[in-house]
Ligand binder design. Structure first.
Ligand code: NAD
Length: 519
């Protein structure tokens, strides 16, 4: 079905039908294996960030619809969790093929709703695909443990088992990768899944849901609801839901962590960031400048692992003019235009916020080395564009340093020594990612040991771990105790059952009750 739709060149409309009173397509709900129109009276517009044209509408699902989705997950749980692990693995083996075959179509839907360049959107899908590929190793990942002969005739072993209905709440910035961190891992473990994509970019998740259905996932194993606060509260409060995976801002993440935990659910909450890149004077200059520019301005800075802060140590500060020149060479354009490097921000509100944070830097004493405000993009005058911007002479008390900007803005600090750079970073609220650029092994080792950040790159600007590891943001960037994907992801979506069994020879019966603790 998916193939035929793609052949008709209409895959972006997938999961949507025409809204009766308007020509704008509406996003459907996915309930019990069917893509259904919501009965709600409340709809949100989805905009193309390059033009601000409305490209679709998304419903705020009603309480009844959300309950129907949760009920469907509950009903499907028993049979799905009892489905052999080899059959679940087969579903995800087919799924990874379908995603791989349709990367370009998925990327188009991402660029339409989110704005990032097509090449970057393909990377978004690819990094999610890698998680699906990892999920296909579930037959090894879900192994339990055994310890035979703990005493005479007695063995102990553990099973790793699914926990029930799980839910995912996703942000706008990675419409493919982040939902794919969630439901494939949850489901391959035998859980059923209720997904709430970002209301700004629901299209890609709908395509992914259709592909999963086409891969053989039974009805009810994945349900999708849409909405904002009411949908989030529904997930936090619904007693059938046992675990919540959240990725997004601190404001929402801390709220969801607290509300979900209070209701007895497991919650993993990946949140905001302020990632520092430390530039040592012995670094390879050419490499470092290119890496910094790419990691600060790629995806218009709307990545939780963007290197949004640079600390130039000692003499490396002399490279600043070259950094500015290289940043100027990036082409700001609509994401589907050939050669585009920096696409638009997600919304006019995001643009206003980013611009006012740049202005706050100027007013608080930073030096505006490159100003991307007022950038004009021919043919896309209504888009939410901000060009690469660099603020120099930034100090830790400035608003532009303290707040996550989430735009194409690099704030630059200077430090006399590596120790001072480390101390700056360790005093920052966030702990998502960081990178050091150096050619000295001892410097790199000292940095990786002393910096209190969950993900560190050594000459690697965006060290997002591959799925055999886990995404290990820390401190103010994470709430919970079990991370996304990798071994920790499997742990999050499973519980352990421990069996201690004794099989004695037929004639060796227990002759009297033992009332003391067995030792
Ligand atoms: P967001 O918090 O606004 O939205 C995320 C989800 O939460 C959405 O589904 C939204 O509907 C819901 N939501 C929004 N506000 C809410 C509220 N007040 N109460 C309850 N629910 C709410 O985040 P966003 O703007 O979509 O994404 C950008 C943020 O996500 C940035 O802070 C970025 O650093 C972070 N992020 C973190 C990671 C990570 O792994 N650490 C990855 C990607 C993005």
């Amino acid at each position: 079905l998916l193939r035929s739709l793609i052949n008709k060149k209409a895959p972006i409309q997938l999961g949507r039908v025409c809204y009766s009173s308007s020509s704008v397509p509406t996003t459907k709900l996915f309930i019990d294996g069917k893509f259904v129109e919501s009965n709600t009276s409340e709809w949100l517009d989805i905009h193309n960030p390059a033009t601000n044209e409305v490209v679709g509408r998304v419903p705020k699902a009603t309480q009844e619809e959300m309950q129907a989705a949760a009920d469907s997950c509950s009903r499907a749980f028993h049979s799905w969790s009892e489905t052999s692990i080899l059959s679940r693995q087969q579903v995800f083996l087919r799924y990874q093929h379908l995603i791989k075959d349709n990367i370009k179509e998925l990327a188009k839907s991402i660029t339409l709703e989110q704005g990032k360049t097509l090449a970057d959107a393909e990377g978004d899908v690819f990094r999610g695909l890698q998680v699906v590929e990892h999920a296909c190793s579930i037959t090894s990942l879900m192994l339990g443990e055994t310890l035979p002969s703990i005493t005479k005739d007695m063995d102990t072993y553990t099973y790793r088992l699914p926990i029930g209905v799980c839910a995912g709440i996703a942000p706008f910035n990675f419409p493919a990768m982040i939902p794919l961190w969630m439901f494939p891992i949850g489901m391959v473990c035998g859980n059923t899944y209720l997904m709430k994509p970002s209301e700004r970019v629901p299209g890609c998740t709908m395509l992914l849901a259709k592909m999963l259905q086409d891969s053989g996932a039974p009805d009810g194993t994945l349900n999708i609801i849409h909405g904002q606060h009411a949908a989030v509260n529904f997930i936090c409060d619904n007693p059938a839901i046992k675990a919540i995976s959240f990725v997004g801002s601190n404001q929402a993440g801390e709220y969801i962590y607290e509300r979900g935990s209070k209701n007895g659910k497991r919650v993993q909450s990946n949140m905001g960031a302020k990632n520092h890149g430390v530039v040592m004077p012995d670094a390879n200059k050419e490499n470092t400048i290119n890496q910094l520019v790419g990691a600060a301005f790629g995806a218009a800075g709307q990545r939780c692992m963007a290197l949004s802060t640079a600390i130039f140590v000692g003499e490396s500060r002399k490279w600043l003019p070259e950094l500015v020149e290289r940043s100027k060479s990036l082409r700001v354009n609509a994401g589907d235009q050939p050669g585009a490097d920096v696409g638009p921000l997600i919304s006019p509100e995001a643009k206003t916020r980013v611009e006012s944070l740049i202005q706050s830097g100027v007013e608080e004493g930073a030096k505006l080395l490159l100003d991307g405000r007022n950038v004009k993009v021919k043919g896309y005058e209504n888009g939410n564009f901000v060009g690469p911007t660099i603020l120099g002479n930034v100090t830790p008390d400035m608003t532009c340093y303290r707040e996550e900007i989430f735009g194409p803005v690099l704030v630059v600090l200077e430090a006399d020594s590596l120790d001072k750079a480390i101390s700056l970073i360790n005093n920052n609220h966030y702990g998502n990612g960081t990178a050091i650029f150096t050619t000295n092994g001892a410097t790199a080792r000292k940095y990786t040991h002393e910096v209190d950040v969950g993900q560190i790159g050594v000459n690697v600007p965006i060290p997002v771990p591959l799925p055999m590891f886990s995404f290990t943001g820390s401190r103010g960037s994470f709430r919970g105790d079990t991370n996304f994907y990798g071994k920790q992801g499997i742990q999050f979506y499973t519980q352990i059952k421990t069996v201690t069994s004794q099989w004695k020879a037929e004639d060796a019966t227990v002759t009297s009750p033992a009332v003391t603790m067995p030792t």
